[in-house]
Design a protein around this ligand. Structure first.
Ligand code: AP5
Length: 218
């Protein structure tokens, strides 16, 4: 299974990628998670990326393309991978195509998650994340058992700095201008699968699993 998860911020890409990666034993490559890890570890890459991320802008293509190229070479990707949040620009999509051709492989599907703008804002503004294990919750739709505490590792939950209202607005604008053109890009290549992601997490997962079952490795 080699798939890309496309869609506006907050549509539920990461939530579904986590579940699918476990169920199908494939690697999840989330550029957002990789960049946040670099920021936490104060690496040179993290320090360079932080200001873009806090504002809701995209990190330069050359940085994320390098990150993904490195991850795709990892043995954990041999059964397949889910690219969550990459590509996000046409140059990133072209670079991904070049990397895959060099490896002699191709994408199976690009899932385009779709949710109304109103729901996206509600999902983002109520999201709470664990800084340690990256687990994601929602104050209304997926609350943790104990308020403000991660169910998985017991660490405090925080609101992402880019889930503030001004940053959300910038992220949605950036999505419309720079990422939405990928819908057409992948549709022209007959890879696009439009996915209504407005239902609850379980219902969306069931629909997604049905569509992707044909691509499982075993
Ligand atoms: P990234 O982390 O990729 O952020 P994003 O694409 O904006 O996506 P999100 O993580 O915000 O949302 P999601 O769709 O994964 O939703 P989630 O499942 O969490 O990127 C962050 C930043 O990094 C970017 O702004 C940029 O600066 C940089 N970056 C990353 N990749 C880059 C790239 N390729 N190029 C350049 N820069 C890059 O769900 C959201 C909430 O909704 C959660 O609380 C969840 O519990 C809840 N929820 C999920 N599904 C449902 C449902 N079905 N019903 C109800 N609630 C739900």
């Amino acid at each position: 299974m080699r798939v890309v998860f496309l869609g506006a911020p907050g549509v539920g890409k990461g939530t579904q990628a986590d579940r699918l990666a476990v169920q199908y034993q494939v690697a999840k490559i989330s550029t957002g998670d990789l960049l946040r890890e670099a920021v936490r570890n104060r690496t040179a890459l993290g320090l360079a990326a932080k200001s873009y991320m806090d504002q809701g802008s995209l990190v330069p293509d050359s940085v994320v393309i390098g990150l993904v190229r490195e991850k795709l070479a990892d043995p954990s990707c041999v059964n397949g991978f889910i690219l969550d949040g990459f590509p996000r620009t046409v140059p990133q999509a072209e670079a991904l195509g070049t990397v895959l051709v060099a490896k002699g492989i191709a994408l199976d599907r690009v899932v385009n998650f779709q949710v109304s703008r109103e729901d996206v804002v509600r999902r983002l503004s109520g999201r709470r994340s664990c800084q340690k294990c990256q687990a994601t919750f929602h104050v209304d739709f997926a609350p943790s058992k104990m308020d403000g505490v991660c169910d998985r590792c017991g660490e405090p939950l925080v609101q992402r700095s880019d889930d503030r209202r001004e940053a959300i607005e910038t992220r949605l604008k950036v999505y419309d201008e720079q990422t939405a053109p990928l819908v057409r890009y992948y549709d022209e290549r007959r890879l696009l699968f439009p996915m209504d992601a407005s239902a609850g997490v379980d219902a969306v997962f069931q629909h997604l699993s049905q569509e992707l079952a044909q691509y499982r490795a075993i």
